[in-house]
Design a protein around this ligand. Structure first.
Ligand SMILES: [Zn+2]
Ligand SMILES: [Zn+2]
Length: 352
């Protein structure tokens, strides 16, 4: 891929709910940076819709629809770009890779399951009944909505959930099933004509490097470096794109090796500036927390090093631990660390 001038390459947005028209204008201005005239026209059409929704009576629920960039090719939707710090605009970590009309989820942090519903309601049918999920690791900020995937309307699920992840995933799944035993019993023993796939999910625990392949995608799971936690990154190879997701990790050689040549690298990051001295006292980290974050997560200098070595088509920051700094400041940290390639600070609902 060539090197475009914009920080917003190939970025689109399925939906967002602005509260003021000014924000709408800013959003559309953002969308149109680096896009061609067709995208500009789409942006203007969406702006009109957004404006209508904005001036409408209590436009609490988003009504706007922006079609993803090109439905004919593999798409990556950032469902949740957040961290353990709960934020309704950046819910728990979750990425959907959609290829051949089928969605493959990576992680389901808190709030992410409802994002699948929202995006499905915007016309992305692959997310109507997602059933394939790959977990990077079992920290709660990556798995809390696994329960929702398993148990929301489980009695109407026609395809069982198939989950891949580190050791412990089976125990987690069994534990959730035990927690919902009364619900299973009352629905299966009563008059409800339930389907049984919902409570018969299929779990595969990864032991070291792992490969999964079907007619649409090849997925490689590889160990990454997340302090004490068993954690994996994933490389998805579809017919037209290569997508690599770091999960939670500090700088890790295995990640760099697997990210080489990727079209898209979604990588976690923390703000060095925020970690060492955030502008707000609550965001300052004590020495022991700083030690942990440096051991478990990736600094801007490290992510710049990863990207400069692996040279992905686009680097997308996600799971950003800002510690009080803005997206612009975080991007600046990565830039000033020497990465000049295509870069996006990912947000919920971004489509790549
Ligand atoms: Zn973690
Ligand atoms: Zn995390």
């Amino acid at each position: 891929m060539g090197t475009p001038p914009s920080d917003l390459l190939e970025r689109s947005i399925v939906t967002r709910v602005p509260t003021h028209f000014q924000e709408v204008v800013l959003l559309v201005t953002d969308w149109c940076k680096g896009h061609n005239i067709r995208t500009l026209l789409v942006g203007l059409a969406v702006a009109t819709g957004l404006f209508s929704a904005t001036i409408g009576v209590q436009a609490v629920v988003s009504a706007q629809v922006l079609q993803p960039v090109d439905p004919a090719r593999t798409q990556v939707i950032l469902l949740g770009s957040g961290t353990p710090f709960l934020d309704q605009n950046k819910v728990g970590a979750s990425v959907a890779i959609i290829t051949g009309g089928v969605a493959y989820l990576v992680d389901l942090g808190p709030g992410a399951f409802l994002r699948t519903v929202e995006v499905a309601q915007q016309g992305v049918e692959a997310l109507a009944w997602p059933n394939r999920v790959f977990f990077t690791h079992l920290h709660s900020d990556h798995v809390l909505d696994y329960a929702d995937l398993l148990w929301a309307l489980w009695w109407r699920r026609e395809e069982r959930v198939v989950a891949y992840g580190p050791s412990g995933l089976k125990a987690l799944t069994d534990g959730l099933r035990a927690a919902y035993a009364a619900d299973i019993r009352v629905r299966t023993e009563g008059l409800q004509p339930v389907l049984t796939h919902g409570y018969n999910s299929e779990v595969h625990e990864i032991d070291g490097t792992f490969q999964f392949e079907d007619e649409r995608v090849r997925v490689t799971g590889f160990p990454v470096c997340h302090e004490q936690q068993e954690a994996y990154g994933y490389r998805f190879e579809t017919g037209d794109r290569v997508i690599v997701i770091s999960g939670d990790t500090t700088y890790c050689d295995s990640l760099v090796e697997h990210a080489r040549g990727a079209d898209l690298l979604l990588h976690e990051v923390f703000s060095e500036r925020g970690l060492s001295a955030g502008p707000d006292p609550p965001s300052r980290r004590t020495e022991d927390w700083q030690r942990y974050h440096r051991a478990a997560h990736t600094s801007p200098a490290q992510v710049a090093r990863v990207a400069n070595t692996a040279r992905p088509g686009t680097l997308v920051l996600y799971h950003q631990l800002y510690f009080g700094v803005s997206d612009e400041e975080l991007v600046e940290e990565v830039r000033s660390a020497g990465y000049a390639g295509p870069l996006v600070s990912g947000q919920d609902f971004d489509v790549f």
